[in-house]
Design a protein around this ligand. Structure first.
Ligand SMILES: Nc1ncnc2c1ncn2[C@@H]1O[C@H](COP(=O)(O)OP(=O)(O)OP(=O)(O)O)[C@@H](O)[C@H]1O
Ligand SMILES: CC(C)(CO)[C@@H](O)C(=O)NCCC(=O)O
Length: 398
């Protein structure tokens, strides 16, 4: 299905209203962040030229595509005229139009394709730096960005700007990067693991024959991992291993039950397999994150990346792992714009400090819908927050 044929344009039909597109091309997903100027701003002659001290009001929009469908992304950029008009044109009509800020490995891999299809160069920005810039920006500028998730309860965390650093940023994309963040632009990638979102999606696809990531996640809701996982109690005949801190219901061996009989894959329900896989990967990431936090004495771990997808079981598993291993000392926190850290960082690299932190406030609106398009079964209000949101902001140009 060409799901981009009739994309809603959210009223953004005038190219003058769009400017500043940045892109993060990852192993699994492409993320776009772009700014659209409020139409009311046009009537204000003071705001009609860029560079005025009070900047330009507008909204930041978020969209994503599967990397394997990069042509849809190119069509989306072209159909919505994301490369035209707005701030860049007025300030510097020739040069700004010919490049966009880009990060992620795909910024290198697909550079020629963007040049060939859109006539545009990708100006590469460092991937880890973009992740950190995006995370710092969100944590400082956006209310209700970070939250904890334990026992089915989401609790927003008030971030004290003066007490944000140091923290561990764990970005769960296709693979996982763990970055110790000490300040704006001060960071070190301290660890990573190849067992990440790509592993869940790839292995899950092979094991369950699911056709989409959402289908695999949906399956996990209904599954029971105990059918597949070997519990401590399975080994010990129901006894706790209390001396070493393991209850009888703790997982002793993920997927370990599959060895105990002659079952084939077809004998297991895809939902049980999906749940076990999701738990195994989330738990493992939670544990490695905790160990790295311990290495550097960090108490706060922020998790980003699109693997999370605001999914309760994923967040609960990661939180429990961090809580369990740190004996309650370290805290797992999640971000509402989890998957857009890198793209936001690239966006901000046009002109550092171009977004006024204090001016950000959020209001939900029906989005420019990149992921649903003409799919009439798709209710935008049921999708996760980061796809149904754009945020009010003010952009400054140096
Ligand atoms: N609609 C989707 N299609 C495919 N994967 C999805 C989808 N939604 C969430 N995911 C999950 O998100 C992961 C990708 O997350 P993200 O976009 O943050 O990383 P990436 O930039 O593609 O990866 P990397 O940084 O490692 O190159 C996928 O591997 C998968 O687990
Ligand atoms: C290779 C990147 C950085 C690309 O985003 C990411 O997929 C990753 O961090 N992978 C984990 C690699 C490792 O540290 O083992």
């Amino acid at each position: 299905m060409d799901h981009l044929r009739e994309i809603e344009t959210d009223g953004i039909s005038n190219p003058r209203e769009i400017s500043r597109l940045a892109i993060d091309i990852g192993g699994s997903l492409i993320k776009l962040v772009y700014f659209s100027r409020d139409s009311s701003d046009h009537e204000d002659p003071l705001n009609d030229c860029v560079g005025v001290s009070n900047g330009v009001n507008g909204r930041l929009h978020f969209a994503k595509f599967e990397t394997t469908k990069i042509n849809d992304c190119l069509k989306f950029i072209s159909a919505n005229k994301l490369l035209l008009g707005g701030l860049q044109n007025q300030e510097n009509p020739t040069s700004d139009k010919s490049f966009i800020k880009a990060t992620g490995g795909g910024a290198y891999k697909f550079s020629d394709l963007f040049k060939e299809k859109l006539g545009i160069s990708l100006e590469k920005e460092d991937e880890m730096e973009c992740l950190v810039t995006g995370a710092n920006f969100l944590l400082k500028a956006v209310n209700h960005e970070a939250f904890t998730y334990l026992n089915g309860q989401k609790e927003f965390v008030q971030i004290d700007h003066n007490d944000l650093y140091p923290y561990l940023l764990v970005n769960i994309g296709s693979g996982v990067s763990m970055v110790k963040v000490d300040g704006d632009g001060k960071f070190e990638r301290v660890s990573g693991t190849s067992v990440g979102g790509g592993t869940f999606w790839g292995l899950g696809k092979l094991l369950t024959k699911c056709q989409s990531f959402d289908e695999l996640l949906e399956l996990s809701h209904r599954g029971n991992n105990r059918v597949v996982d070997m519990l401590v109690g399975d080994i010990s005949g129901g006894m706790d291993y209390s001396k070493i801190g393991l209850s009888s219901t703790a997982i002793a061996s993920s997927f370990g039950r599959a060895i105990s009989n002659n079952n084939e894959l077809d004998d297991y329900k895809p939902e049980d397999v999906s749940r076990s896989l999701l738990r195994m990967i989330s738990n493992n990431i939670g544990q490695i994150s905790y160990l790295n936090a311990l290495r550097f004495g960090l108490k706060r771990i922020f998790f980003g990346g699109f693997f999370i997808r605001g999914h309760s079981y994923t967040m609960e598993t990661i939180s429990v792992a961090v809580h369990f291993w740190s004996k309650g000392e370290a805290k797992a926190m999640f971000l509402r714009h989890e998957g857009f850290l890198g793209a936001l960082g690239a966006f901000m690299s046009y002109d550092r400090h171009s977004l006024d932190d204090s001016m950000i406030n959020q209001s939900v609106q029906i989005p420019v819908d990149a992921s649903c398009g003409t799919d009439t079964n798709c209710n935008p209000l049921e999708r996760d927050l980061n796809e149904t949101e754009s945020m009010q902001c003010r952009v400054y140009q140096a």
